[in-house]
Design a protein around this ligand. Structure first.
Ligand SMILES: [Zn+2]
Length: 127
């Protein structure tokens, strides 16, 4: 595949479905967290205002779990992919510390910066 063909594939808007979210989250989970994180219990794709995604963490009776709401349109697939990775770090944070107030952009979050860089993603905290 030429660079031009790749660009044509990746530079167009991407509109994810819930199953895209489930599938790509699983891929990132395998790459970054050895597949240790549980899948999202609920995935809602909808139009969000002023943010790309929102993870809600819950303490379940037996197991902790997270739900995600995610915007229905991204400028590129790459943008969607890096948002998913960003949100999954919040999930890992919660699973590690079990504090629903936590998911933040603190030390735990940025401890993944190098790992993300290795797979070509930049870690930001604008969302
Ligand atoms: Zn965040």
């Amino acid at each position: 595949m030429t660079r031009r063909q790749v660009n044509r594939l990746t530079a167009k808007p991407f509109r994810p479905t819930a199953s895209d979210v489930r599938r790509w989250t699983q891929v990132i989970n395998c790459i970054l967290f050895h597949g240790e994180l549980p899948p999202y219990r609920k995935i809602k794709v909808r139009r969000l205002h002023a943010k790309y995604a929102l993870v809600q963490c819950h303490e379940g009776r037996q197991k902790n779990y997270c739900n995600i709401e995610i915007h229905n349109r991204f400028d590129t697939f790459g943008c969607f992919f890096s948002i998913l990775a960003h949100e999954l770090i919040h999930v890992a944070d919660f699973m590690h510390y079990g504090d629903t107030k936590r998911p933040d952009h603190g030390r735990f979050f940025f401890s993944h910066r190098e790992l993300m860089k290795n797979i070509g993603l930049r870690l930001g905290c604008g969302y």
